[in-house]
Design a protein around this ligand. Structure first.
Ligand code: FES
Ligand SMILES: [Fe+2]
Length: 379
């Protein structure tokens, strides 16, 4: 999908120097041609953070996800490996699975072709008269998957660089939080009436905290530290907090135990990380809360929320009641953000919307914008 010259020029004003850069042009948040370019290029050639690995525990556990406009089956195979396949029958194209569940094999509802959890075609009746038909040629189209920090990443092209190049120093920077060991206690999906990028941006700027979250937790957050060098496709910075960022300001005495690997410096705040383009999370002193967003259209997105705790915290007395306060804090924050995001979308839809400028409290959103502006044109 070709981008207009005007848009390419406007994207050229977006750079990683926050002091001179523009924000992304409004067309990036409302145009169907931009969405088409994202779906055919940028989102397809990226590693998309799509799940927590512990969502799919047993062999045969699967979930169908819409990734870059492509229905995708994420499944744990018989060897315990997570795999991703195009949700398309190799016979005549029928969608194979919906929703989530457990299946010993993947069976097409149309003519009964049956695939193993490794994607290979295991059974197809009445194909004996078809010359040159070989089961080995007719396996499901497979996408690359990777697991890092307990997150599952998927990409649907071979051109995407290796996951470790994508993530840079992610593993070492996040090591104290031992993300791979955390247990997901909440996975929730919701649809929001804003562009998918707006949803992820708000999570990565602290400018709005005192305006949007002043009644709940805004005052807990202190001046963020300068961002850490991670890699081209990841932004991460540490926000010191007065108390825990995982609870409302007036509920601080219900704090759960700190994550086992954290020292005093990490316990003194929350690390905000965005793995471009589609996954962002906050690694707090006691909990991880994460969001994925993917487009349903230029003005609507599907958001996944995950909230995770260390296994030993789950075993502490009173965990059930205390964790509810964390979940309530996440949901209140979400509601406050969504209210303002839907207003932002309304403004972005105006023909009079123009690219703006960044505050130095918007470094995460600005870093993404610079990456996005480069990538949208390149991809
Ligand atoms: S389309 Fe799947 S078996 Fe025919
Ligand atoms: Fe917010």
């Amino acid at each position: 999908m070709a981008l207009t010259d005007e848009l390419v020029r406007a994207l050229g004003d977006v750079s990683s120097d926050i002091s001179v850069s523009s924000t992304l042009p409004p067309a990036c948040y409302s145009g169907t041609d931009v969405l088409a370019a994202e779906l055919s290029g940028l989102l397809r050639r990226s590693w998309l953070g799509v799940a927590r690995a512990d969502e799919l525990k047993a062999p045969g556990d699967y979930r169908v996800l819409e990734l870059a406009g492509t229905s995708t089956i994420l499944v744990r195979d018989d060897e315990g490996r997570l795999r991703a396949f195009a949700n398309v029958c190799r016979h005549r194209g029928t969608r194979l699975l919906d929703g989530a569940g457990n299946a010993a094999h993947i069976r097409c509802p149309f003519h009964g072709w049956t695939y193993g959890l490794d994607g290979s075609l295991r059974g197809a009746t009445r194909m004996g008269a078809t010359r040159g038909f070989r089961h080995a040629d007719m396996g499901l189209s497979e996408f690359r998957t990777a697991e890092r920090g307990g997150f599952v990443f998927v990409t649907s092209t071979d051109e995407t660089p290796d996951i470790d190049d994508w993530l840079g120093s992610f593993d070492s920077l996040l090591a104290p939080w031992q993300l791979q060991d955390l247990v997901t206690i909440r996975r929730r999906e919701l649809d929001v009436d804003c562009n998918w990028k707006l949803f992820l941006e708000v999570f990565n700027e602290s400018y709005h905290l005192e305006y949007v979250h002043s009644a709940t937790f805004g005052g807990i957050y202190l001046e963020p530290e300068p961002p850490d060098e991670v890699g081209d496709c990841v932004h991460s910075s540490f926000s010191p907090t007065a108390g825990t960022g995982g609870l409302r300001a007036d509920e601080q005495d219900h704090v759960l135990p700190a994550m086992p690997g954290l020292g005093a410096p990490e316990r003194a705040g929350t690390r905000y990380t965005w793995v471009f383009p589609a996954l962002t999370f906050a690694a707090g002193g006691e909990a991880l809360w994460a969001y994925g967003a993917r487009p349903l259209g230029p003005r609507r997105c599907r958001v996944t929320q995950w909230v995770c705790f260390p296994p030993r915290t789950l075993a502490t007395p009173g965990f059930e009641a205390k964790s509810q306060r964390y979940l309530a804090r996440m949901d209140e924050a979400l509601a406050e953000d969504i209210a303002v995001l839907e207003r932002q979308q309304l403004g972005m839809d105006s023909p009079f919307a123009r690219a703006g400028r960044w505050s130095d409290l918007e470094r995460g959103a600005a870093a993404f914008a610079a990456w996005y502006a480069r990538s949208l044109v390149q991809f």
